[in-house]
Design a protein around this ligand. Structure first.
Ligand SMILES: [Zn+2]
Length: 314
């Protein structure tokens, strides 16, 4: 029912769990955390059941990298404060922890696009893009994040896997939907067969964005209003401007709105034909859990990178 006037209405409290993020009544959560050689890895049970599949979402625990604060972390992306050797060691440790040491890692040069690559073999150089798919056993697709949404997709029938990096730009450009489209086009995947896992990302509790994003998302998605805590577009009168008697130019800025990126991507996957029961959404917010994850919003240049991996055993 979308009959009420749009504008100032508060749709829901930020931080309310997304549908599918919590275990349904009488069922166990599909998410598991395991400690392997000092690392902590998040996985989903339905993926673990497939013996030929390897996957995992990293945390910041363990690793060789030394933050300026003195904390040792598992940084998996090249950063000014860390050495390339550390990052490569950390990546190898992560591969070992998920039993993927025999696979060849294929990361991307991510740039918040909707570019999807399909790999038959490992490329000689890093490819620019934000999603990858493969049906070649022995390749390990890797997505780096620190707040953005990592999405792993698995077609257990056609044996194809995909990894997606979805920040707000990629989400607006429909990268998740596009990746499902590529799976259909190239491998004749039936979306109803696909499994999707949306890993730790900044939640609707913490992800403040400018009100112009309400306009941008609403113009592209019929259900975009479900993904924001409020529907202000920035054009509404700002009562604070009249109350505080400050001269123009010195008034407080209009309050931002909060965007739930995982909810938006879950909606995209449903629109692409995936079954609700096959979509597993982590409810862990990277910005709320700095003990477990990296958050670019919270740590800026001192943030490390998490990595989400998926591949097939050679
Ligand atoms: Zn949060």
């Amino acid at each position: 029912m979308a009959t009420a006037a749009k504008g100032h209405r508060v749709r829901r409290r930020p931080g309310k769990p997304e549908p599918g993020s919590r275990p349904r009544a009488g069922t166990e959560s599909p998410w598991t955390v395991s400690s392997v050689r000092g690392l902590r890895i998040l996985q989903v049970a339905p993926f673990k059941k497939l013996a030929w599949l390897v996957h995992g979402f990293s945390t910041r625990t363990g690793g060789q990298s030394l933050l300026p604060s003195g904390e040792r972390v598992l940084n998996l992306g090249v950063a000014d404060w860390d050495s390339r050797e550390n990052v490569l060691k950390n990546r190898r440790a992560l591969q070992t922890a998920i039993d993927a040491e025999k696979l060849q890692l294929v990361p991307l040069r991510q740039f918040h696009s909707a570019v999807v690559h399909c790999f038959a073999t490992a490329p000689a150089e890093l490819c620019k893009g934000d999603a990858a798919l493969t049906n070649s056993p022995g390749l390990l697709l890797g997505i780096q994040t620190a707040d953005c949404v990592p999405i792993l997709l698995v077609d257990p029938i056609k044996r194809v896997v995909a990894a997606v990096h979805a920040g707000w730009r990629g989400t607006l450009a429909r990268i998740a939907e596009k990746t499902v489209g590529e799976l259909r086009k190239r491998f004749r995947s039936d979306p109803r067969d696909l499994f999707a896992a949306l890993g730790p990302a900044i939640g609707g509790c913490c992800y403040e964005v400018g009100t112009e994003l309400v306009t941008q998302f609403s113009s592209q998605f019929a259900d975009a209003e479900e993904w924001f805590d409020e529907l202000r577009t920035g054009d509404e009168p700002n009562p604070l401007q009249w109350l505080n008697m400050m001269p123009p130019g010195h008034q407080p800025p209009a309050k931002n709105v909060r965007l739930d990126l995982r909810r938006a991507n879950r909606a995209q996957l449903l629109a692409a034909g995936l079954s609700d029961k096959n979509i597993f959404v982590s409810d862990l917010c990277t910005a709320c859990h700095l003990d477990l994850f990296f958050s670019y919003r919270k740590e800026a240049d001192r943030s490390g990178r998490l990595m989400s991996l998926v591949g097939m055993q050679p």
